[in-house]
Design a protein around this ligand. Structure first.
Ligand SMILES: CC(C)(COP(=O)(O)OP(=O)(O)OC[C@H]1O[C@@H](n2cnc3c(N)ncnc32)[C@H](O)[C@@H]1OP(=O)(O)O)[C@@H](O)C(=O)NCCC(=O)NCCS
Length: 159
């Protein structure tokens, strides 16, 4: 399961929980600067009832993931952190993970999905736009004093 590049949902109480989360925390530390990384709170965020993790494993190694969280009612579903190991980028895995995360969010009674992204992360911004996300606003000082974020959203009544 999930060893051939397919998107897998991490199941609560599964025996591979710790291994998968440890690998992802390692990736968070490698890929994101400290102020952008969820490494320190990843396990804690994931244990919350209203969050989930989708990942791709190839040859026993986690190569990409996306964490999502939702709230009841009119609050949006949030895409919290997502990334791909460098040598597995540009092969459609990011697209597969985002598509799966959107499907997961659609199953909740939420009107929209939101996420934050550094505007300089062009591959990520392009990927989100490709899936119909729009820029809501630019938030100055979001990641750090000199690093803003786009807040992007996708409404479920749009494509
Ligand atoms: C953003 C990221 C997840 C994309 O994953 P990926 O597997 O490389 O992306 P895919 O191969 O599925 O490509 C999907 C789309 O993303 C965009 N994209 C991907 N790589 C790109 C690049 N180098 N330049 C511009 N756009 C790019 C394109 O729109 C692409 O669609 P196309 O192939 O039809 O042009 C990956 O680059 C990554 O992990 N980056 C570092 C961490 C990061 O920025 N995470 C997002 C934090 S908000």
């Amino acid at each position: 399961m999930g060893s051939n590049g397919t998107v897998t949902e991490l199941q609560r109480n599964s025996t591979n929980w710790t291994v998968v989360v440890d690998e992802i925390v390692k990736m968070e530390k490698q890929i994101f600067p400290k102020h952008e990384s969820l490494a320190r709170s990843f396990d804690e965020e994931l244990k919350k009832k209203n969050s989930g993790l989708l990942y791709i494993q190839i040859h026993g190694q986690v190569v990409g993931y996306v964490m999502y969280a939702w709230a009841r009612g009119l609050l949006p579903c949030l895409l919290l952190s997502r990334s791909l190991q460098e040598n597995y980028r540009g092969q459609g895995h990011g697209e597969a993970l985002l598509e799966a995360a959107i499907k997961k969010c659609r199953t909740r009674t939420v009107p929209r999905i939101t996420l934050h992204v550094d505007p300089l992360r062009t591959p990520a911004v392009n990927l989100y736009k490709q899936f119909g996300f729009q820029v809501d606003t630019l938030i100055q000082g979001y990641y750090s004093a000199d690093r803003p974020a786009y807040r992007m959203y996708k409404d479920f009544d749009s494509k």
